[in-house]
Ligand binder design. Structure first.
Ligand code: DGY
Length: 328
């Protein structure tokens, strides 16, 4: 590694356009898939680098940050940044960036798709066909609930929650939501959305409960046995936020006992592990954390993260880097 340029670690292969852009500013080292999922590998390698472009699967904890003696910036290839100890970074004067906005529409599309796949049994039906069991049109095969006229309860009415609400409204769903505070009245009017200050009251009214909140100490296991028991028996849970927002053991129990109708999950408590009782629940549709996985969005995520790295390394003032995150 030459000393004249900044050294940048990108922990996984990402779109080539992003790597080319970064190579214009520094020596770029790209990790192999999964190489930096373990904290020990990060601790071992981080001292060589001025900047880290990391994935949501990389635990950038206090130890890692302290080991990064030259580290100036950590940019997450994701909007959610619960994998980074932002408070520790702040104490060490290391800037942290995430990637808001650029993945909103892809995630909104995906949430709608996951809801349809879950209620209309896409995967079970496809498996049935591939297994050679499709012997002709069946009037009673793979029936599921319609979405029109049903109520979607959104927990976390940020950008992605709103994108899902817009799509669900187009499908004829009623929108209710729970958030730290209500959204702007014009937006509420546009979405015809009703605010619930009380999560438990909202949950009892929602035919579909969608989790679109960040993972924080306050939202950890927000959906637990108690909340699952408050959901209507026909309700569907959709989670594209972060796995630990749901107590997976409680959810698996609710699915097996038919306390709720079904769940559609893109995220898991201990990724890449999936709770075995979820794997054995037929009413659970599961995907490997791919909500933002479009060509366009993954490139945009990478460019936004890479730009923050370059801006910090070039000494740009914080006000000009809109995607820096901090704790107050
Ligand atoms: C994010 O950016 O936080 C998403 O989870 C990626 O799919």
């Amino acid at each position: 590694m030459s000393d004249s340029k900044h050294n940048i670690l990108v922990t996984e292969p990402i779109p080539e356009e992003v790597l080319s852009y970064l190579k214009g500013f520094g020596n770029v080292t790209v990790g192999e898939a999964g190489e930096y999922q373990h904290v020990d590998q990060l601790i071992a390698d981080i001292p060589k680098f001025d900047a880290l472009l990391c994935m949501l699967s990389n635990p950038v904890n206090e130890q890692v940050l302290k080991a990064g003696s030259k580290l100036k910036v950590v940019a997450n290839f994701a909007v959610g940044y619960n994998n980074i100890d932002v408070e520790a970074a702040q104490k060490l004067s290391i800037k942290v960036a995430n990637t808001p906005d650029v993945l909103t529409e892809a995630c909104g599309d995906f949430a709608m798709g996951l809801l349809l796949a879950t209620t209309r049994h896409f995967y079970a039906a496809e498996k049935y066909l591939r297994d050679g069991k499709f012997n002709g049109w069946e009037p009673m095969g793979f029936l599921g609930p319609e979405l029109r006229g049903r109520t979607l309860g959104i927990v976390g009415m940020g950008r992605i929650g709103q994108a899902f609400a817009r799509r669900a409204k187009a499908f004829g769903m009623e929108i209710i939501y729970h958030n730290r505070s209500s959204i702007e009245p014009e937006l509420e009017k546009e979405l015809e959305a009703s605010y619930f200050d009380d999560l438990e009251a909202m949950v009892q009214k929602a035919d579909v409960l969608s989790l679109n909140c960040p993972l924080t100490p306050q939202t950890h296991h927000l959906v637990d046995e108690r909340l699952l028991n408050l959901m209507p028996k026909h309700a569907v849970l959709i989670n594209i936020s972060r796995g630990p927002v749901v107590d997976e053991a409680a959810l698996a129990k609710a699915l097996h006992n038919r306390t709720i109708y079904a769940a559609g999950l893109d995220v898991f408590e201990e990724e890449p592990k999936v709770h075995p009782e979820l794997l054995s629940a037929p009413n659970c549709t599961m995907l490997p954390h791919i909500a933002s996985a479009t060509f366009e969005t993954r490139e945009a995520i990478g460019m936004l993260a890479a730009k923050a790295i370059v801006q910090v390394l070039q000494g740009e003032s914080e006000q000009n880097i809109p995607n820096l995150v901090s704790v107050s």
